[in-house]
Design a protein around this ligand. Structure first.
Ligand code: HPA
Length: 268
């Protein structure tokens, strides 16, 4: 694993043109085209990067972008890897390891999620305050490399209270209503049954999705500060979901997500 990180790092480090990007963004379903708003210096397909898995989901373009957003150097992953695609947990979180090696300190993640909180409506945004990990495998299972992080990393404050506060203020300035809540991460790829939705609600969830939790666990293990934003693409009343619907809602909400991310970035 350490060698693989080094090899990917050797390939990606020159693309930084000597600038250390302190911030990375992982763009989820329907939000991949956030990259349109960046000044793109380099866009590299995942297939070209040593040891990167390949993303197989429509709507997840699969490019590693080095660029600028409002004058800030950032790395953006356009498209992420999901457990349901068949990759191992170590594989889907590998890019987060590489980001840390490249000097990234702050990780922003967006995803599409189902709203299980009855107050949530399609198209709403939820700042992730905490998560419940229901994935069947853990990304830190196996040998721990102390140079990457502690054997038993804490998960309190995994979603940075500082960044949550800044995002809430940003939302106020933009007059953008924001929920806060608990994201429940499941493996998918089937959407939940109505009974599962009710169960997730009863056990403390506000939103449910198939990503983000593995990346945040690994980012916290590596000491990075994390911020997560869920786009609520469907809810209990519209529980019959399809990937197209999820993408479409993600797309409609895009301007609001971009506005919020930009406003948040300005404070960092
Ligand atoms: N469940 C799981 N993942 C999702 C959903 C959902 O309802 N909507 C978007 N991603």
């Amino acid at each position: 694993m350490l060698d693989k990180i080094k090899e990917a790092n050797r390939f990606l480090a020159p693309l930084l043109d000597g600038q250390e990007p302190a911030i990375a963004i992982i763009l989820g379903t329907g939000l991949g085209d956030l990259a349109r708003d960046l000044v793109v210096r380099h866009a590299t397909p995942y297939t070209a990067i040593p040891h990167f898995p390949t993303s197989t989901v429509p709507g997840h373009a699969g490019r590693w972008i080095v660029g600028e957003l409002d004058g800030k150097n950032i790395i953006a992953m356009q498209g992420r890897f999901h457990f349901y695609e068949g990759h191992s947990m170590q594989e889907i979180t590998f890019p987060v390891r590489v980001m840390r090696e490249l000097g990234v300190k702050t990780l922003l993640l967006s995803n599409a999620a189902g709203g299980v909180n009855p107050l949530f409506r399609t198209g709403d945004l939820m700042i992730i305050e905490d998560h419940i990990n229901l994935f069947p495998e853990h990304p830190l299972r196996g040998k721990n490399y102390e140079s990457l992080g502690a054997r038993f990393p804490a998960m309190t404050g995994a979603y940075s209270p500082r960044l949550i506060a800044l995002a809430m203020e940003a939302g106020k300035r933009l007059d953008l209503p924001l929920h806060r809540g608990v994201y429940v991460g499941l493996q998918g790829p089937s959407f939940e049954t109505p009974a599962e939705y009710r169960w997730i609600r009863a056990t403390g969830g506000d939103a449910v999705g198939m990503s983000t939790v593995p990346e945040v666990i690994v980012a916290r293990h590596a000491g990075m500060e994390c911020f997560g934003l869920s786009v609520i693409t469907n809810s209990l009343s519209t529980v019959a979901t399809s990937h197209e619907e999820v993408q479409e809602v993600g797309h409609c909400v895009r301007p609001r997500v971009i506005a919020l991310v930009r406003e948040l970035l300005r404070q960092l």
